[in-house]
Design a protein around this ligand. Structure first.
Ligand code: NAD
Length: 335
C-alpha cells in the first residue's frame, strides 16, 4: 500500500518531533519540512535527508547559507497528502488558504483556535469525529493531558465536575527569550483560564473549570486535579482505570518532582529525553470527602506527538478504529 505523504510546515519544537515519529510508522512518510531560517535545525533536517521548503521570499536567503531548497510552501502542500502545521501559535491560520488551494488535508496544533479546523482532536476521546475530515486541530499539551485522564474517568464513573489548577512551565528549554526567571505569574489573571473551554472542544459535555499560573521552570507542566464523580468509586478503581491507559504512566519509586521524571525519560533512552505519557503520581490519587484528587506532570514538548500520528491516520482513514491506531503508534514509537 502506498504510504501517506506527510509534510511538516514549521520544523521547530513540535514539528521536528512529529517528523521523527512519522518516519517510525510503516503507513506514512515525510516528503518535506519547512523552515524560515537557515539555522541548526534546518541543517539537521538536511542531514536527516528531508527535503527543505521555505516561503518564496526566503529562498534566496536559504540558498545563500548553503541550504538546498526543494520549493516554496505551496509546492510542499501540493506534494503532500497531509500537512502537519507546526508553525508558531496564531500563524497557522494564515496557511489555510494554501492547503485549501492545494486540496491537501491539514492538522494544526493547540496554538490555533478551534474554529480554524472545526474539529479538535484527542485520540482517546474523539478519534472517530476526525475520520475523513480535511482539517483537524490537535489540542495543546495541557488539554491533551487533561483529556487523557478525564475521558476514561468519565466513561467509567461519569465526571460530575472537574476543577483543575495548572502550574505551567514558563518556556521550552531552548527558548532563551521568555521569562519569568524569578517569579510566579498568575496567567491568565482573569479566571477561569482558557484550558477548561479548550477541553470542551474535545469533550463538550464536561463540566470543567481551570486556573493557571506560570512558573520559572522549563521542564514540564504540573496539574492538580479535583474531580467529583457520578458513581461511587475508590482509589483502587481509579488506579485500575489509569493502568489500562497506554498514555498514562504511574510515577513513584523516589520520583518526587518533574526533574526526576525528565531524568527517567533520559534513562529510558527516549529521543530528546521526551516523555510522551501523562505522568500521574499514583501515591497522590486520593478520595477525600467523596472527591478525587491527584497530581500529574505533562511534558509539553512531546505529549502531543503520538496524537498527531493518530490524527494523520484518522483524517486519511488509514485506520478507522481508534484503539488500533493508538496501539500502532505506541508500538512504532516505543510507548
Ligand atoms: P517553535 O517556535 O518551536 O517552532 C515553530 C517553527 O515554525 C519554527 O521552526 C519556524 O522556523 C517555523 N515557521 C514556519 N513558518 C513560520 C512563519 N511564518 N513565521 C515564523 N516561523 C515559522 O514552535 P512550537 O513550540 O513547535 O509550537 C508550534 C505549535 O505547537 C504552536 O501552535 C504551539 O502552540 C503548539 N504546541 C507547542 C507546545 C510546546 O510546548 N512547544 C506544546 C503543544 C503544542
Amino acid at each position: 500500500m502506498a504510504k501517506i505523504k506527510v509534510a511538516i510546515n514549521g520544523y521547530g519544537t513540535i514539528g521536528k518531533r512529529v517528523a521523527d515519529a512519522v518516519m517510525l510508522q510503516k503507513d506514512m512518510e515525510i516528503i518535506g519540512v519547512s523552515k524560515t531560517r537557515p539555522n541548526f535545525e534546518t541543517q539537521m533536517a538536511v542531514e536527516k535527508g528531508f527535503d527543505v521548503y521555505t516561503p518564496a521570499e526566503k529562498i534566496s536567503g536559504m540558498e545563500k547559507a548553503g541550504i538546498e531548497v526543494a520549493g516554496n510552501i505551496e509546492d510542499m502542500a501540493a506534494n503532500a497528502d497531509v500537512v502537519v502545521d507546526c508553525t508558531p501559535g496564531g500563524l497557522g491560520k494564515s496557511n489555510k488558504a494554501i492547503y485549501e488551494k492545494a486540496g491537501t488535508k491539514a492538522i494544526w496544533q493547540g496554538g490555533e483556535d478551534h474554529d480554524l479546523a472545526g474539529c479538535s482532536f484527542n485520540a482517546a476521546s474523539n478519534y472517530t469525529e476526525a475520520l475523513g475530515r480535511d482539517f483537524v486541530r490537535v489540542v495543546s499539551c495541557n488539554t491533551t493531558g487533561l483529556c487523557r485522564v478525564l475521558t476514561p474517568l468519565d466513561k467509567e464513573f461519569g465526571v460530575k465536575k472537574a476543577r483543575v489548577t495548572l502550574m505551567r512551565r514558563a518556556a521550552d528549554p531552548n527558548d532563551v527569550k521568555k521569562g519569568p526567571i524569578n517569579a510566579i505569574v498568575p496567567n491568565p489573571i482573569r479566571l477561569p483560564s482558557h484550558h477548561g473551554p479548550d477541553v470542551k472542544t474535545v469533550i463538550p459535555h464536561m463540566d470543567i473549570a481551570t486556573t493557571a499560573v506560570k512558573l520559572p521552570t522549563t521542564l514540564m507542566h504540573l496539574h492538580t486535579l479535583n474531580i467529583e464523580l457520578e458513581k461511587d468509586s475508590n482509589v483502587e478503581d481509579v488506579k485500575d482505570i489509569f493502568e489500562q491507559q497506554s498514555r498514562v504512566r504511574f510515577v513513584g519509586q523516589g520520583i518526587t518532582s518533574t526533574a526526576e521524571i525528565m531524568e527517567l525519560a533520559k534513562d529510558l533512552g527516549r529521543p530528546r529525553g521526551d516523555m510522551w505519557e501523562n505522568c500521574v503520581w499514583d501515591e497522590s490519587i486520593t478520595m477525600y470527602e467523596g472527591e478525587l484528587y491527584f497530581f500529574q506532570a505533562i511534558h509539553q514538548e512531546s505529549d502531543v506527538i503520538p496524537e498527531n500520528i493518530d490524527a494523520i491516520r484518522a483524517i486519511t482513514e488509514l485506520e478507522n478504529d481508534p484503539l488500533k491506531s493508538i496501539a500502532m503508534t505506541n508500538k512504532n514509537m516505543g510507548i
